[in-house]
Each structure stands twice: as C-alpha cells, then as structure tokens.
Design a binder for this molecule. Sequence first.
Ligand code: HPA
Length: 273
Amino acid sequence: MSELTNQIKEAVDFIRSKTKLKPEVALVLGSGLGETVSDILVDQEIDYASIPHFPVSTVIGHSGKLLLGSWNNKRVVVMQGRFHYYEGYSLQQVTFPIRVMKKLGAETIFITNASGGLNPDFKVGDLVAINDHINLNSDHPLRGKNEDELGTRFPDQHSVYDRAMIEKAKTIAENNNFKLQTGVYVGVTGPTFETPAEYKYMRIIGGDAVGMSTVPEVIVANHMGMKIFCVSVITDEGNPVVPQKVSHVDVVKAAKEAGPKMTLLLRELLQLI
Ligand code: HPA
C-alpha cells in the first residue's frame, strides 16, 4: 500500500470509528457558505484537526469541520470549510479530503465556491453552475507517481461537470424565480486578487468566473470517477472596463447573502440524484 492510500485508509478508519453512516453525496462548502446546510441532521461532527492526515484550515470564514448526517433524507458528508494552496498546503494535501470522502462511499460531489465574475452578464450575488474549467494553477494535484488504485494516469477531462445535473439545477432555479448562470471557471492559486489586466486576460481566454479553489478538487474527484456538480457565487465583478476593488470581507459578505439561494438549489438537486 502506498503512503497516500495508507493515509486515506487511516482517515477513513478514524471517521468510521465515529459513525457508521455511509455517505452517498459529498459537499464542499466554500467561503461564506458554511451555513448552507444548517438544517442537516448531524450524526457526527468532526474537527478537521482530529482527523489523521487532514490539514487544518486557517482562513476567516472557513470553519473547518467534517459533518456526517442526512440532509433531506440523503446521506451526506460535508466539508464545512476547505483547504487552499495559498495557505501553504500542497495540492495533494488540499485534495486529500476529497479522496477520503470518496472512500467513505460518496459517488457524487457538490462543490461550492465564491468567485469573481469575468463575464459582463454576471452580477454580484449570481449563482453560476460551472460547466468547464481552465486550470491556471502552477502545480497539479496528480503530479507524481499515479495511484492506479484511485484512478488512471492520464484522466480524460472531456465531460468533468455532469451535464444532467446542470440541466436539473437550471430547472430548479427557474421554478424558484432566479437565474442560474453557467460558465467556465478559471482556477488560480491566489492569494492576490487579479489585476485589471489579468481579469481581462482571463476573459479573453474563455473564462466566465475566477477563483482560488475548486479546480484541484475537481481534478481529483474526476480522477476517482465521481459525478461532479459545482456552483459558484459571484462575489465581485472583475470587469476590465471599470476595475473595482475587492476584499476578502466583501467576498464572504456577498457569498453569505447568496446562501439561501445556494441552500435551496443544492437541497432540491440532492432530491433528484
Ligand atoms: N478572484 C479570485 N478569486 C476570487 C475572486 C476574484 O475576483 N472573488 C472570489 N474569489
């Protein structure tokens, strides 16, 4: 057994020693979105710090707990807070919990995040279902020896984002009188926000939104064959015509305000899978 698969096993065994609940769906809650599942029936709440080999999150707005329970009658495992490359972790560490959640049983993953809008039609507070990504991270979570037991050396990324779930999510939004945008997410490491020239560049290369998370998690989830749905809250507009200042406080505030819409969307989508 490799070191990575051994570490995954130790984390999984630890979590299973706390609860026998076998999750069907994994959820990752990003900046300001930790309350998305406030009405979950929690079976076990586990601090990241106590789980073997889990890194510990340090960013304001990220609480750092793994919840196992049921949400609308679906068994879920929820990451309340995630890890970022800019905090100093390797991408292998950043994506470790995704591997653990898959090994716990989750075949489907919902990933949320906050992002800057590049598409001029996107406004602060909009939800965007991600339908593709551009990876501008300078590192790769699958770099190094491939773990054949987890997935193939050269994973196909032709249809990473589940089309059927995106269509269902659009219908849910329509039925609840809000628009669900769709678009391409550009993944960067941060921690700087972009310069006006960078926002412009990202739009030119085909991006609709930009953020500092998600892409490494998605790469790893796809590597392991998970069904993926990602949704982003636009928290600032990286509009190259009128450059706007952006702060982490604004990002968390805008994400929190969009929380109820996010909750509704994820809860209803959960029922349809
Ligand atoms: N850029 C990068 N990451 C982000 C942004 C942004 O404008 N907004 C929220 N996360």
